[in-house]
Design a protein. Sequence first.
Length: 121
Amino acid sequence: MLLRGRAIGWIEEALASLHETHPHLDVRRLAVAIRSATGIEALIWLTDIAGLTRQDAPELMRWSARAMLHAALAEATQISSGPVTRECGVLANHTLTVACWPGCCCSRLRINQMEAGALLA
């Protein structure tokens, strides 16, 4: 029988410090979401069904986890301070959003996750 929920607990522990800076962040919900995108089930689906290579699948899994983190931080920030938007400064008509991808101009700014969380609202 498989042990249930062990990875979720580990992810919750890794995210625990975010609760201090983002008190409205639902750490459990985020941990479950990240686990759903990063487990062996996701890897198998990405390689067997979606046809990604064994090298590309983990990169997409990391991208999915980062997107979930950014979305959760944005939601928690918006709840605590109301909506705020800022342009990323690289492209005049581009606003940093939770939909930004790793090659986006925003990622080239090399902002850390906590700064990104504050900007993503």
